[in-house]
Design a protein around this ligand. Structure first.
Ligand SMILES: Cc1cc2nc3c(=O)[nH]c(=O)nc-3n(C[C@H](O)[C@H](O)[C@H](O)COP(=O)(O)OP(=O)(O)OC[C@H]3O[C@@H](n4cnc5c(N)ncnc54)[C@H](O)[C@@H]3O)c2cc1C
Length: 380
């Protein structure tokens, strides 16, 4: 942290969304003597939700038409592919198959209808024979093929965002935990606790524009803002998703998804791969009370049962616990899926404060579009 008194813009959280926002704002205010800082409590960027996901670049198929999730995913996907091409971030347009049984034909047609309404126009309906040609190890009667779905090296992507932002003058401040935020006449006073080995241990500074992109902690940061009406802060539900690695050779060349769960709580235990073609299955959905990333290895049996509905060759013994992630959901068990919630002055009454809540999937895909959306609302 520099010794100056303040910054024009402060972004809290160096996950993929905070990094994308800082980069977009740095481009907007290039050569304009606007100072931007990203505060991150960890030693480095992307240690939380952004490094515990499927790393899928989603097409934008399932989200309700007109929702922020739908609009920002479709726009973000294109921005993300261009960014990857331009800055050499590893990615692959693998394509994805949503596989279904004959009894699910109507539901699958509805998925396609929704995708078209969202502007996803490249889906193709495949019959059993066409599907078998593409993926002989899959057992299903039909599938929707999404050629614009892909995978990305999310760490490499975040690294590129940070490097680009820093090149434009953004200051990255790791080991800086935001403790509370006071509101002054025309500025926010941000109170930080620095890593215990750093001096000084406490630090506070002013900023004019504050962006709360703290992921699972967005609500607790919001609670710490003096003068904010507490009833504007949405309830947070932790929804955990576990992944299991497949011990054998990857038998698929596409990402394979079953039909989505009720209320699209999750997209079903799907088969996805990383850039080294390591196949993994997940995530499941489990609402939990507190953050806990442990995986119960006994779940392998239930996973295998679920996966066998489209991949009969699966054996529980081939599944090895890999990692888990926690979705910062705004909808509780059994409730309809909630949209991203991006709150501005019109909601909480504080000029210069933007807060992002419920940034679950497709937040990685949508990150650059979210950043543009925020940038359009920042006016120094
Ligand atoms: C299981 C799972 C699967 C997913 N799969 C996909 C997918 O395939 N495709 C897709 O597009 N999206 C996916 N997502 C969603 C995507 O991962 C998220 O939308 C995105 O990573 C959220 O980024 P973020 O920056 O908001 O949060 P985070 O990455 O959690 O970043 C928030 C940052 O804030 C910091 N922070 C918190 N409190 C403080 C504080 N007090 N002071 C300073 N810093 C603080 C944290 O340390 C953290 O680094 C998935 C999510 C999950 C959970």
């Amino acid at each position: 942290m520099s010794s100056r008194d303040g910054f024009d813009i402060c972004v809290i959280g160096a996950g993929v969304i905070g990094l994308a926002i800082a980069y977009e704002l740095a481009k907007k205010y290039k050569n304009q003597d606007v100072s931007i800082v990203i505060l991150e409590r960890e030693s480095s960027f992307g240690q939380h939700v952004s490094s515990r996901n499927s790393e899928v670049i989603h097409a934008g198929i399932y989200y309700p038409t007109g929702s922020l999730k739908a609009e920002l995913c479709v726009m973000g996907r294109e921005l993300l592919y261009s960014h990857c091409e331009q800055f050499g971030v590893a990615h692959q347009k693998t394509g994805k198959l949503i596989v279904a049984k004959g009894t699910e034909a109507y539901a699958l047609a509805k998925v396609k209808e929704n995708a078209i309404a969202n502007g996803v126009l490249d889906l193709q309906l495949l019959d059993r024979v066409e599907l078998q040609k593409l993926e002989p190890n899959i057992e299903a009667d039909m599938a929707l093929h999404s050629p614009s779905t892909g995978i990305i090296d999310s760490h490499g992507y975040m690294q590129s965002l940070l490097r680009l932002a820093e090149n434009l003058g953004v200051q990255f401040s790791p080991y800086s935990r935001v403790e509370k935020i006071d509101t002054d006449a025309d500025a926010f006073v941000v109170h930080c606790q620095l890593d215990e080995n750093r001096s000084p241990e406490h630090y506070e500074f002013n900023c004019q524009q504050l962006i709360n992109a703290a992921g699972l902690e967005a609500q607790s940061i919001a609670q710490s803002v003096s003068a904010i009406p507490k009833n504007t802060i949405p309830k947070l539900h932790y929804c955990k998703g576990d992944y299991f690695d497949y011990r054998r050779r990857n038998p698929f060349s596409h990402l394979i998804y079953p039909m989505p769960e009720a209320n699209t709580t999750g997209l079903g235990i799907h088969a996805t791969m990383d850039m080294s073609s390591q196949l993994k299955f997940g995530p499941d959905t489990e609402y939990i009370e507190k953050v806990d990333f442990r995986i119960d290895g006994n779940k392998a049996k239930a996973f295998a049962e679920n996966i066998s509905s489209y991949f009969p060759g699966i054996d529980a013994g081939d599944l090895k616990p890999a990692y888990s992630g926690i979705r910062p959901k705004l909808s509780g068990p059994g409730e309809a899926a909630a949209d991203f919630e991006i709150q501005e002055e019109s909601v909480h009454g504080l000029s210069g404060l933007i807060q992002l809540f419920g940034m679950e999937s497709p937040g990685l895909t949508a990150s650059l579009a979210i950043a543009r959306y925020i940038s359009n609302r920042v006016d120094l």
